[in-house]
Design a protein around this ligand. Sequence first.
Ligand code: CP
Length: 307
Amino acid sequence: MRSLIDILDFSVDELQELIDTANDIIAHPEQYSERCRGKKLATLFFEPSTRTRLSFEAAMYELGGNVIGFAEAKSSSAAKGESVADTARVISCYANIIAMRHPKEGAPLVAAMNASIPVINAGDGGHNHPTQTLADLLTIYREKGRLDHLTVGFCGDLKFGRTVHSLINALSRYEGIKVVLISPEELKLPSYVKKDVLAANNIPYVQTTDLESVMPELDILYMTRVQRERFFNEEDYLRLKDSYILTPDRLWNAKEDLSILHPLPRVNEISVAIDDDPRACYFKQVLYGKYMRMALILKLLKEAGRI
Ligand code: CP
């Protein structure tokens, strides 16, 4: 049974197929409005979410399907001690596909190993967030017309930011990608990502604490929130949370065609004064996430022989 747990579960050709489908849905939404009639998506969210859960739900409704699920662990039998494995087996009796978010790294993989329907990782701890990466890839593709030969700056919490880890993994397979890592010392990209992804794929990268000095090089600036929920103590979070705040004056030396992305939610790291700048792409990114999730649901249900 095909699931999406890690963005590397899909080849570059399959990612392009999803992008092409999403673009076709954007152009001809009416042609997709009945594709999942009679099918059910289960959204199992053990952690808070606005975009991911509701975009999955909107995606399934726009495909003509239905949605069941829960939005917090305490309203499910996990609160009584039910395991992820048992939950996945149970939900397989009710739905055709699962989208799961969980604070524990690897929980969606455990679900996929026990479910008899496709499982989509909707974010697992500080590990991966492959469907955010799908949204990011469509945004970059629509803004730049390509996914290769780009200099991509990642700024903020590169340690706990699972969206960063997934997007770096995805981009590592395209030609001519250069990565610029901008973070405080304490929130640097984990060594395993640098070694196993960047170094292993010969992706040139630099690390810095200074956004201004690298700004002129960037084609994409991927801002991130400092992930309060992953800190062990509040003092460290408070010290680091405002390390980078993007304001209009900080873009003085940026390219005219820079694209500013952010997986959202934002806290302070992008001033609302940037929102009207044509380079701000983060609300488009939200919308593109829904279309990529529609394309993903279609692909996985088709491969499972359910549509
Ligand atoms: N980008 C993202 O995952 O947002 P939510 O936490 O609101 O789903």
